[in-house]
Design a protein around this ligand. Structure first.
Ligand code: PEP
Ligand code: MN
Length: 374
């Protein structure tokens, strides 16, 4: 059960105290107060956790300062979008907003190989005013004989160079609990030159101990990549694991699902689920066209398939685009065949801007129509 306070009533108010006092009357009910910072307005929400089935909502609805009470099903209590909840929620990290309205492109190396390639990539992004990048240091690989990433050895120069080029957020996959400490230690040692959004890769999508661990810290936000062989509901539940441990700064990334029906793409592109995830949850939604398509194939119209699927995700309302770029894909140690080159960055960004603009116009037209009809 969620008690939503009227806007302007803060977490430390007498009204919230009164709700907590009321909740204490019921055995086994605990309260968890959360200030939700929305784009349109901020509200205080009080979560009643425990056996709430027999707790009457009227008792709470009658209290001063209470706007309404929502009964939520057990499914994704925290990250789910429940009827009547404020529309736009998300989080802000290092001055950058991530929510259902925001839009960011996150290009970069699938796997860090050399300092020079990291420098060249960040420099190209900075020239285009991009402050979010991807960099893989810990790579989960199918074959044990493949390059596993430089691990903590590369973190000092990745963070230093990010700081040098004004990159504020580096998304980086961690595959083990100890990597979290390594990333945090390297960030400290760099003087917090940048920030990290921790990626949970598709192969760890149900590694519950890792999910709990990234949930127990609130310093670094999390980019959760959909499990490639589990249902959407199972993936969303995995995000609820992170949130239920305390960290609600979670973004959801679609990256295709494993199926021979996706051939000749690496995965079956699942970007039709962008609006689905935005309807079911309050998480910002990211798309990863590179790991979905898996190659540089060109369509009959001359556009690469990666451009086409990117457009499909953006036109459906994606909030982030995680995409592989490399200064010299033939020298990449991981996923070179699917990387776009830095020379292709301007064309990619132009294409993205055209489609994002079209998406915004579609939504504005609908809102205009609704206003006229009201
Ligand atoms: C990646 O983004 O580098 C990656 C390995 O992605 P996924 O977990 O989606 O395969
Ligand atoms: Mn990859």
């Amino acid at each position: 059960m969620i008690v939503i306070m009227t806007p302007g009533i803060g977490a430390a108010s007498a009204e919230v105290e009164e709700v907590k006092r009321q909740a204490r009357k019921y055995e086994g009910i605990e309260t968890n107060v959360h200030e939700v910072v929305g784009k349109i307005r901020g509200v205080t929400e009080i979560y009643l956790i425990g056996p709430t089935a027999t707790v009457p909502s009227d008792d709470f609805e009658a209290l001063p300062g209470v706007e309404r009470v929502i009964r939520v099903s057990d499914r994704y209590k925290l990250i789910g979008r429940h009827r009547g909840q404020v529309e736009a929620v998300g989080f802000e990290y290092r001055g950058i907003a991530f929510n259902h309205e925001s839009f960011h492109v996150i290009p970069g190396l699938c796997a860090v190989d050399t300092r020079e390639h990291v420098d060249l990539t960040f420099a190209a992004l900075a020239r285009h005013g991009i402050r979010t990048a991807r960099m893989g240091a810990y790579k989960p690989r199918t074959s044990p004989y493949d390059f596993q990433g430089h691990g903590k050895e590369c973190l000092p120069y990745v963070f230093e160079l990010a700081g040098k080029h004004g990159i504020q957020v580096v998304t980086m996959e961690i595959t083990a609990i100890k990597h979290l400490d390594e990333v945090r230690a390297a960030l400290r040692a760099s003087g917090d030159a940048t920030g990290v959004m921790l990626q949970i890769g598709t192969r760890n999508s149900q590694n519950f101990e890792l999910l709990k661990e990234v949930g127990q810290q609130k310093e670094l936000p999390v980019l959760y990549k959909r499990g490639m062989g589990i249902t959407l509901e199972e993936s969303i539940n995995a995000c609820e694991y992170i949130a239920s441990e305390g960290n609600r700064q979670v973004a959801f990334c679609l990256r295709g699902v494993k199926s021979h029906l996706g051939d000749p793409h690496r995965n079956l592109v699942d970007f039709a689920h962008v609006p689905v995830v935005k309807r079911l949850t309050r998480m910002p939604v990211c798309i990863d066209p590179s790991h979905s398509v898996g190659g540089r194939v060109e369509a009959a119209d001359g556009l690469l398939d990666i451009f086409h699927v990117t457009a499909q995700g953006i036109i459906a309302g994606a909030n982030m685009v995680l995409v592989d770029f490399h200064p010299a894909p033939s020298k990449a140690l991981c996923d070179g065949p699917q990387a776009l080159t830095l020379d292709e960055l301007p064309a990619f960004l132009d294409d993205v801007a055209i489609v994002r603009d079209a998406y915004e116009k579609r939504v504005a037209r609908l809102r205009g129509a609704n206003v006229r009809a009201a």
